[in-house]
Design a protein around this ligand. Structure first.
Ligand code: FPP
Length: 247
């Protein structure tokens, strides 16, 4: 049997992987359980995938954990997701640190319950000097919301003559996004068979390779991640150029 992990390491790795972790609800339903059971098991998949990315040497992993639209879900489900976030942060803090992982977040985190906000800020602060990988959790995140926020911030600077309208370019936009310290996404994965972007990193995935799999998030294993990276490595990324120009 070929060792897919060894094979991956012989080719350039994506610098930034982003994942839309979808299918927790359906996974639970298939087992006759409540949706929250799916989220609990989704958390175990998160742990596996963070570990796999660290082992491979991926520098940036961004996970879509809670969208601006997810606030509209039933109250119990929202509460459970928030509880899971607190307990995961508490439980995994030591592991993150041990593995030299820096925690980061994107989204309108001021809208999170105080307990979640405080725990998150605490772990971000405690891991801020780690260098092996940046793990970004998208929380109360929506790409349109992020873009609106960016336009507002730039407008204020224009009004105060800090930025000239003529000088607004891609780098100015990048600097004002929640993702300002992160490189563009190279590989975007979505689980559960849905083929949508769902308001995730619209600006940042401009040249990302998209990978869709039918596997439901709680079933997504290290091996599934390896398969997605191997698929990515076999694609030709042209960034608008021709194949000949790349040679
Ligand atoms: C989508 O499945 C998943 C979510 C909205 C939440 C993802 C959260 C976790 C995996 C757990 C906590 C995360 C961290 C970072 C510790 P869905 O509920 O939309 O599933 P469905 O489409 O089958 O209904």
């Amino acid at each position: 049997m070929i060792d897919i992990k060894a094979e991956i390491q012989q080719h350039p790795l994506p610098d930034h992987i982003a994942i839309i972790m979808d299918g927790n609800g359906r996974w639970a339903k298939q087992r006759g359980k409540l949706r929250v059971f799916g989220h609990e098991n989704g958390t175990s998949a998160v742990k596996q995938i963070v570990e796999a990315c660290t082992e491979l040497g991926i520098k940036n992993l961004t996970l879509y954990a809670f969208s601006t639209e997810n606030w509209k879900r039933p109250k119990l489900e929202v509460q459970t997701l928030m509880k899971l976030l607190i307990s995961s942060l508490k439980k995994e803090m030591k592991n993150l640190h041990k593995n030299n992982i820096k925690l980061n977040s994107i989204g309108d985190i001021k809208t999170l319950p105080t307990k979640v906000f405080n725990e998150l800020v605490d772990v971000i602060e405690r891991t801020k000097n780690n260098t092996q990988m940046t793990l970004t959790i998208a929380l109360s995140y929506g790409s349109r919301d992020e873009l609106i926020n960016t336009v507002k911030e730039i407008s204020i600077k224009v009004k105060n003559n800090i930025i000239l309208p003529n000088n607004i370019d891609e780098s100015v936009i990048n600097e004002h996004l929640y993702t300002h310290r992160l490189p563009d996404v190279d590989l975007l994965i979505r689980t559960s068979g849905e083929k949508r972007i769902s308001n995730f990193l619209l600006w940042q995935i401009a040249y990302a390779e998209l990978y869709f799999t039918d596997v439901l998030w709680p079933d997504f294993t290290k091996n599934d991640l390896y398969k997605s990276i191997r698929d990515y490595q076999q694609r030709e990324r042209r960034f608008g150029k021709t194949s000949e120009q790349l040679k």
